[in-house]
Design a protein. Structure first.
Ligand code: IPM
Ligand code: MN
Length: 344
């Protein structure tokens, strides 16, 4: 091996359902790209997820979190299992990682690739910047009088000026690097408190950065994403709106199987985490039907973040080429077709 080869420590957290099968494909392709581009990845297996929880009762022990903090990046498959009560792993593992590692941007590109049928009159080519640590995901709220006729459940949306500002700042800088188009998506006509804060901060940041700002209410944004996708380039939005519109954007660009995400700590005070958007899909786990492209594109986002832009572009191009040729069917088919493209 060359003495000066670049090397990265990456935690591989395959998790549940189809997570292990799709991340295994992506990991091999990253290794293959590394040989071509002169870097190695020191993968550290991290066995957290439903099986570990059911066996040990542990969701995310402190020492595991501390080990994850010391890595260059985290590559995650999926979290969630029908055998575990909803929320235990989602909140205790996935959201805890997002919050504790301060992964305040959830970056979700949505581009209609050649060979993928379009639903509507135009082709979406946008990046959604979803705030990833606050809003209705913050966990503020509770239940009183559980089970009685007077039961009450609250869920409060937390929006801090600092949290909103850093997210919008990231989106504005991304818009500057792309087309310059930035759209804030919110619901300022009803959520007048949080909406006011988001709108004022977005106006301030956009003015300061010299980026023209457009605005769409979230319901209208759903309509436009389908009927007039060309109006969007970089979208910035809060945590729950971002969760919802990124599934819509996925459907408009070939489905969840092709959708990638990066949970970013843009300040680089610790590792960022990369995961396909699709989730654990327990209904098809082990059938060989899972599409690993979303995991591969997430690995490309990871390589880009690590500074391996050429290798990242190679993985992107490989997915584009396989799709343009009509796709590859099974997980194994995708693995072989992508590997052949990366070798080309
Ligand atoms: C996503 C997922 C998660 C979310 C779930 C699994 C907690 O839907 O990454 O979009 O809501 O953020
Ligand atoms: Mn989601």
């Amino acid at each position: 091996m060359e003495a000066n080869v670049r090397s990265y420590v990456v935690a591989h957290l395959p998790g549940d359902g189809i997570g292990p099968e799709v991340t295994a494909v992506a990991r091999d392709l990253v290794d293959q790209a590394g040989k071509e581009h002169g870097f190695t990845v020191d993968w550290r297996h991290c066995p957290l997820g439903s099986e570990h929880y059911l066996r040990t009762g542990e969701v995310l022990p402190d020492d595991a979190l501390n080990d994850l903090r010391k890595t260059d990046a985290i590559f995650l498959g999926a979290v969630g299992s029908p055998a575990v009560r909803p929320g235990v792993l989602e909140r205790g593992l996935l959201l805890k990682l997002r919050f504790d590692l301060d992964l305040y941007v959830n970056l979700r590109p949505a581009r209609l690739r050649r060979g993928v049928p379009s639903y509507g009159p135009g082709a979406l080519d946008a990046i959604i910047v979803r705030e990833n640590t606050e809003g209705l995901y913050a966990g503020a709220g509770g239940i009183a009088h559980r089970g009685s006729a007077l039961e009450v459940a609250t869920e409060e949306s937390l929006n801090t000026r600092a949290g909103v500002e850093r997210c919008i700042r990231y989106a504005a800088s991304l818009a500057k690097k792309r087309s310059g188009k930035l759209t804030l998506v919110h619901k300022t006509n009803v959520l007048t408190n949080a909406g006011s804060l988001w709108k004022r901060v977005a106006d301030e940041v956009a003015t300061e950065q010299g980026v023209p700002l457009e605005y769409a209410h979230v319901d209208a944004a759903c309509l436009y994403l389908v009927s007039d996708p060309g109006r969007f380039d970089v979208i910035v939005t809060d945590n729950l709106f971002g969760d919802i519109i990124t599934d819509l954007a996925a459907a408009l660009t070939g489905g969840l199987g092709l959708s990638a995400s990066g949970n970013l700590n843009p300040d680089r005070t610790g590792p960022s985490m990369f995961e396909p958007v699709h989730g654990s899909a327990p209904d098809i786990a082990g059938t060989g039907k899972a599409n690993p492209a979303g995991a591969v594109l997430s690995a490309a986002l990871m390589l880009d973040h690590l500074g391996e832009a050429a290798a990242a572009a190679g993985l992107e191009a490989a997915v584009d080429a396989v799709l343009a040729a009509g796709g590859a069917g099974s997980c194994q088919g995708w693995s072989e077709a992508l590997s052949a493209e990366v070798a080309r």
